[in-house]
Design a protein around this ligand. Structure first.
Ligand code: HEC
Length: 109
């Protein structure tokens, strides 16, 4: 058998897995209304989620801070990008568990 081909299919299967997980997270973001103001790779009304991930890279407290921010809303961290538009509060419209999933997703980008 051709070992190289096996490696290629294993890599393809792994990639497929990643895409499916991201798709589930994106569906949740869409269902929750986040995509009205956010995209992964560009600014819409709020900052690009990829930029959010970059800003908090290596910050161990980021998850807790961002979960609070999505629950309660707020502004001031992205004024240079948004011109001072606030992030709306999402709790209890979106469950705590879903907010955590969404923040994990954003930080994983
Ligand atoms: C009405 C527009 C709007 C919607 C809808 C929205 N956001 Fe935001 N979001 C913003 C704005 C504006 C900011 C920048 C806030 C700031 O300057 O601190 C932001 C910031 C963020 C940040 C970074 C916060 C920080 O302090 O660095 C995260 C994470 C985030 N949003 C996640 C979400 C999630 C998850 C949802 C859906 C549940 C969502 N947003 C829905 C407008 C929105």
């Amino acid at each position: 058998m051709n070992a190289r081909w096996l490696t290629v299919s294993a890599a393809a299967a792994l990639m497929l897995g990643t895409v499916q997980v991201a798709q589930a997270d994106l569906d949740l973001a869409k269902k929750s209304g986040c995509l009205a103001c956010h995209a992964v790779d560009k600014k819409v009304v709020g900052p690009a989620w990829g930029d959010v991930a970059a800003k908090y890279k290596g910050d161990a407290g980021a998850k807790a801070t961002l979960v609070e921010k999505v629950k309660k809303g707020g502004k001031g961290n992205w004024t240079d990008v948004t011109g001072g538009v606030p992030m709306p509060p999402y709790s209890p419209r979106v469950s705590d568990a879903d907010i955590e999933t969404l923040v994990d997703f954003v930080l994983s980008l």
